[in-house]
Design a protein around this ligand. Structure first.
Ligand code: ZN
Length: 233
C-alpha cells in the first residue's frame, strides 16, 4: 500500500477534524443543548400540571355538589316538627342531623385540602412556565454566539474540504473508502505510526507476532483502538 498520499490527505483532514471537534465541543453549543432539554422538560412538566389541575378542579366541582345536596338534606331534617314525631323517630332524626353535620365538616376539610392542592399546582405551573421562558430567552443568546462561530468556521471547513477533494484523486479508491469508514466512526487519526512496539494512537503494546506481521504486511489494524498502524521500516 502506498501510504504517502493518504498520509498527506490525513494531514489536511486533521485540520478539518479539529474544526469539527471545536464546533461539537463548543461551550455555547453545549449550553444550547442543555437549554433545549430544559425547555422540553418544562413543556412536559407543564402539560402534567395542567392535567393535575383539571383533575383537582373536577373533584372540587363534584365535592361542591355533594356539599350542596348534604346541606339540603340537613335543612330538610331541620324542617321536621319535633311535636309530630314519635320518640324513636325523633332520636333517628337527631342521629341523622349529627351525621349530616359531621359529614359536612369532613367534606369541608377535603375541599380546603383540594384548594391548597390547586394553589400548589398553579404555583408549580407558573414556575415551570417561567423556567421555560427563561430557557428560551437564554437559548437565543447562546445560539447567536454559536452561530457567529459557525459563520467564521464554515468557510475554513469548506476550503479544507475542497483541498481534500483534490488530494483524494491521488489516493486509490480502496484505501480512501477504508479511511472514510474509520473517519465516520470517529477513529482519528486513521493511520498512525508504530512507536516502539506500540500503537501511535492508543499506545497499546503490540505482541511480537503482531509486530512481525506489521513488518511484512506494512499495515495492521490496532485491536484496541481500530486505527491502522503503519511502520516506516
Ligand atoms: Zn491503538
Amino acid at each position: 500500500m502506498e501510504l504517502k498520499n493518504i498520509l498527506a490527505y490525513q494531514e489536511v483532514d486533521k485540520k478539518l477534524f479539529a474544526l469539527e471537534q471545536s464546533l461539537a465541543k463548543d461551550p455555547n453549543k453545549q449550553k444550547c443543548n442543555q437549554l433545549n432539554q430544559t425547555a422540553r422538560d418544562s413543556q412536559v412538566r407543564s402539560g402534567q400540571l395542567e392535567e393535575q389541575a383539571s383533575a383537582i378542579l373536577k373533584e372540587m366541582d363534584e365535592l361542591q355538589k355533594t356539599i350542596a345536596s348534604t346541606k339540603k338534606h340537613g335543612q330538610e331534617l331541620l324542617k321536621l316538627d319535633p311535636e309530630t314525631l314519635q320518640e324513636q323517630e325523633l332520636d333517628e332524626a337527631i342521629a341523622k342531623k349529627d351525621r349530616v353535620a359531621s359529614n359536612l365538616i369532613a367534606l369541608d376539610r377535603r375541599l380546603t385540602k383540594l384548594a391548597e392542592n390547586i394553589n400548589q399546582v398553579l404555583s408549580d405551573f407558573n414556575r415551570t412556565i417561567k423556567l421555560y421562558n427563561e430557557a428560551k430567552a437564554q437559548y437565543q443568546k447562546y445560539k447567536a454566539a454559536y452561530d457567529a462561530k459557525l459563520a467564521e468556521t464554515q468557510p475554513k471547513m469548506e476550503a479544507l474540504k475542497s483541498e481534500l477533494e483534490k488530494l483524494a484523486k491521488s489516493v486509490d479508491a480502496k484505501t480512501l473508502d477504508m479511511y472514510k469508514a474509520k473517519r465516520a466512526d470517529r477513529i482519528f487519526p486513521v493511520f498512525v505510526e508504530l512507536i516502539g512496539n506500540a500503537c501511535g494512537r492508543c499506545r497499546m503494546e503490540l505482541s511480537a507476532s503482531a509486530v512481525s506481521k506489521l513488518k511484512t504486511e506494512h499495515i495492521l489494524t490496532c485491536e484496541n483502538c481500530r486505527s491502522i498502524i503503519y511502520s516506516k521500516d
